[in-house]
Structure formats: C-alpha cells, structure tokens
Design a protein around this ligand. Structure first.
Ligand SMILES: Cc1cc2nc3c(=O)[nH]c(=O)nc-3n(C[C@H](O)[C@H](O)[C@H](O)COP(=O)(O)O)c2cc1C
Length: 188
C-alpha cells in the first residue's frame, strides 16, 4: 500500500510560488509515495473559541483534521509573512489543534518554503517547527528546502520549477521523508 502524504499550502494566492512547488511534488515523489493536496483552508473562519463552543467545529476544519489523521505524513509549502506563519495557515493550525484526538500528534511533517527574497522563507520554518513541537508532530530535520530568489528558480508563467538543483533537493527531501515515515512506524 502506498504511503499517503498530504500537502497544505500557506498561500491562498492563485499564482503562488509555494503552490507551484506543492503542485510539483507528486511527480517528484519516490516510488510508493502518493502525494495529494489536503482539503482547503481558505474558508476557515477566524479562530474563535465561541464558535467551537456554540455551533461546534466548522465542517471544513473537521474535514482537514480527518485528512491529517488518515495521512501518513503532512508537507507544508508556505511563504513567510513578516518573518512568521501566514495568518490563513496559522489559523488553520489553530483550528485543527483544538480537535479531539489532535490530528498532528505523532504525525510526520516536512517543511518547504519559497520566497523571492534571499532567505527563502527560512524563518517561517522555525515558526512552523515550534508549533509542531507543541502539537507533538514529528518534523523532519533534513534536507531543508528553502527556495530563495524563487522568481529565478520557478517560472510563474508555466507553473514549473526551472532550477534543476532545486528539483533535485526536493526529490532528496521526499526520499528522506519516506524513510522518516517508515522509521516512525508508517508504511515503507
Ligand atoms: C504580508 C506579507 C508579508 C511578507 N513578509 C515576508 C517575509 O517576512 N519574508 C519574505 O521572504 N517574504 C515576505 N513577503 C513576500 C513573499 O515571500 C512573497 O509575496 C511570496 O511570493 C509569497 O508567497 P507565494 O508566492 O507562495 O504567495 C511577504 C509578503 C506579504 C504579502
């Protein structure tokens, strides 16, 4: 049976560089790993405990939580906003984190970020790692994927990663993620 990995994009922008990277992943996955996009986060209401305590969790939140629980691993593809996690993604993590049988607990997670800036979104990854620590997720350490100066490595017109070194690094990370999942009791 294939390893079932889901991806969550931190950018809601149609032409998002991070979405282009995310969309490239299925073709770069090692044999036996299936990658597909998680249910969408864009329509989540802003987190408010009063919603949770009155009408309950929004259906979209429950759907994402179910998909995370059912997966063998989660990959975040996210830009960095003001040195941190973009609000739609943080909002989604906050909602999911309040679900019973917290979906990220024990879940293998890998991080990827792209930015037109030189640092490639490195700082958002430290924020994501910190949130994943609190949620008891298991975040892959290496290889790290920071796609800096991404406008030179990703063609937003064709929606393709044009830089072969970046493609190679992503393949390496996905292969490492498959091993990481297997070593933590997931499918190999
Ligand atoms: C609100 C906001 C804050 C941003 N802050 C950062 C930042 O801290 N570091 C960075 O490298 N780029 C920053 N950027 C630029 C984004 O990296 C750039 O817009 C990128 O294309 C967004 O990712 P996307 O193409 O996947 O939508 C910011 C952009 C926005 C809209």
């Amino acid at each position: 049976m294939a390893v079932n990995v889901i991806t969550i994009c931190g950018s809601l922008r149609k032409g998002s560089y991070n979405r282009i990277v995310m969309n490239a992943l299925p073709a770069l996955a090692p044999d036996g790993m299936q990658i597909r996009e998680a249910p969408p986060i864009g329509e989540f209401p802003l987190y408010n405990a009063d919603i949770q305590n009155s009408t309950g969790f929004p259906a979209a939140v429950t759907t994402l939580g179910d998909a995370i629980r059912a997966s063998d691993g989660v990959i975040f593809d996210s830009p960095e906003y003001n040195f941190g996690i973009p609000s739609p993604l943080k909002n989604a993590i906050d909602w999911v984190s309040r679900l019973p049988n917290q979906p990220f607990a024990g879940k293998p997670v890998a991080l990827q970020s792209a930015s037109p800036g030189p640092v490639g979104g490195a700082r958002v990854q430290y924020d994501l790692r910190r949130s994943m620590v609190f949620l008891d997720a298991l975040t892959l350490n290496k290889p790290e994927i920071f796609i800096g100066n991404c406008a030179q490595r990703i063609d937003e017109k064709t929606g393709r990663i044009t830089d072969e070194a970046t493609v190679g690094l992503i393949k390496q990370q996905l292969a490492a993620f498959a091993k990481f999942i297997a070593s933590h009791g997931g499918k190999s």
